[in-house]
Design a protein around this ligand. Structure first.
Ligand code: NAD
Length: 312
């Protein structure tokens, strides 16, 4: 039967390691600092930034939240980033996305010092990752690599399929798998016969935001399934369709008015050898990896070796 890959437990393990690294930096007089910048008041973004700031404070990172009005101009935001780039107490800078429409996201991401770019979205970090140099790696795909590694799932030489090609998840994920020695196919919305690819995958990573996209007929028996999708269903008929006969899910829906599901139809997990559940899988790793990146940034900027980290 399929093994459940427990993202919450793995994230807790990583946070404990990062906490130790924060303490050892603090003892050397260098408390790592993280500043999160939120523009506007998108409710989902507010929840994310609050949990990022709270988690980092819990680990002893000096965390700071800057909230700016939705009318903040691009020039003002660039000015703030300039100050943060120059502030020696700030090791990590994270600009929460999405930004309001009048701001050019690319220009903002490029204004963050690459050494402080804990989201790993700056072109310098994207480039360094591509050529296999040390860099700050986007948190969600880095978290998936930790799940695989810490669950003893080998990547080298395996046939991997990545569904989704976003700059945040799909592309960096496929690069990490490729760098780790996998053979990687990247599929997306324009892929003509998705099933033809997914059926061949020994490790199938899916990040599309389409609930239940991957059905059992698209999964090879014994594959490892990594579900990055986080989708909120708020219609009872959608829950019934994705979870036929699952009384517990329907009860959960009736209680809360919505349920979270991934990009795999739940029945496809049954064909796998191991899978990450939603919730409780990959989602739990993102913040842990942000904490890790903050410590890594603190060490890189002080020219301290990063190979002493429990993982680099
Ligand atoms: P995105 O919308 O930027 O990209 C989606 C990708 O999926 C695109 O490349 C698109 O081509 C592909 N796609 C869409 N429909 C498809 C289809 N029918 N067949 C094949 N490919 C299809 O999304 P994203 O930012 O990469 O996020 C993807 C999912 O991962 C979302 O559910 C998001 O909530 C989740 N996510 C989770 C975390 C986390 O775990 N912390 C982080 C980021 C994103």
């Amino acid at each position: 039967s399929a093994r459940v890959l427990d993202g919450v437990a793995i994230a807790a393990e990583i946070k404990e390691e990062v906490g130790r690294e924060v303490r050892s930096l603090a003892e050397a007089g260098a408390v790592p600092g993280l500043t999160v910048v939120l523009v506007g008041s998108d409710p989902a973004s507010e929840i994310y930034v609050r949990s990022k700031v709270k988690s980092s404070a819990e680990l002893g990172i000096a965390s700071n939240l800057i909230t700016l009005g939705v009318d903040t101009s691009q020039a003002e935001l660039l000015g703030i980033l300039q100050q943060l780039n120059e502030d020696d107490a700030v090791d990590g800078i994270l600009v929460q996305l999405p930004l309001p429409r009048h701001i050019d996201t690319r220009a903002i991401l490029e204004a963050v010092d690459p050494l402080k770019d804990v989201d790993g979205f700056h072109p310098v970090n994207v480039g360094r990752l591509t050529i296999g140099q040390e860099s700050l790696v986007p948190c969600t795909p880095a978290g998936v690599m930790q799940v695989l590694q810490r669950s003893g799932i080998a990547v080298r030489g395996r046939d991997c399929v990545m569904v989704g090609r976003s700059d945040i998840v799909g592309k960096p994920m496929s690069t990490l798998l490729l760098n780790a020695g996998a053979t990687v196919a990247v599929c997306h919305k324009e892929t003509r016969d998705l099933r033809e690819y997914t059926r061949r995958a020994e490790i199938l990573v899916v990040a599309t935001g389409v609930p239940g996209l991957i059905t059992p007929d698209m999964v090879a028996e014994g594959a490892v399934l990594i579900d990055v999708g986080i989708n909120r269903l708020d219609r009872r008929e959608d829950v019934e369709r994705l979870f036929p006969g699952n009384a517990a899910k329907l009860a959960a829906f009736d209680k809360r008015g919505s349920v979270l599901v991934g990009d795999f139809a739940p029945q496809s997990y049954l064909r796998s050898s191991a899978y990450t559940p939603v919730p409780g899988g990959v989602g739990a790793l993102t913040i842990a990896m942000l904490m890790h990146n903050t410590v890594k940034a603190a060490r890189m900027r002080r020219s301290l070796p990063t190979d002493v980290l429990e993982f680099a």
